[in-house]
Design a protein around this ligand. Sequence first.
Ligand code: FES
Length: 167
Amino acid sequence: MAGCFGDGFCVGLYPVGGDVKRITFSRRQALRGSLALSGLLVLNAVRKFLGYQEPTTEVRQLTLDVPEAYALGSATAVPGGHCWIVRDAGGVYAVTAVCTHLGCLVNEDEAGFACPCHGSRFRLDGGVTHGPAVRPLAHLAVSRTAEGLLRVDMTQQVAVTERLVVG
Ligand code: FES
């Protein structure tokens, strides 16, 4: 509880360790305190609006099903949702799910991928069809393990034309 008086000073009563202390401060200090608090509230609102999501996992290599398990024309989210496995006529490729705008994870939609944060849209090959993102989704290196399974290297980007040929 606090109150200010005509002589430019404010008095507040604050609980401190089971006791109530009386604190005196100037009207200017009270104004600075409220401005700082307002600034923090505005910054928090902006952060929430931008919807930036810090990547929560540090996945480097993924070993998945055999490449033949992915149907022609399909897009399949990998466990954890950090990339998508797509199969087209050229073969299988992995495209990151991390939106190039501010890092949210994209979802599949009827024409490719859509970002739930600010509405960017991408084709299945990662190309941008609608902003605010301006850069395409990155393609990640894929290979076949000795056991014939699909491996994705989340640390290595490749050209959008690279495919793992599926027999
Ligand atoms: S994070 Fe903003 S559109 Fe994807």
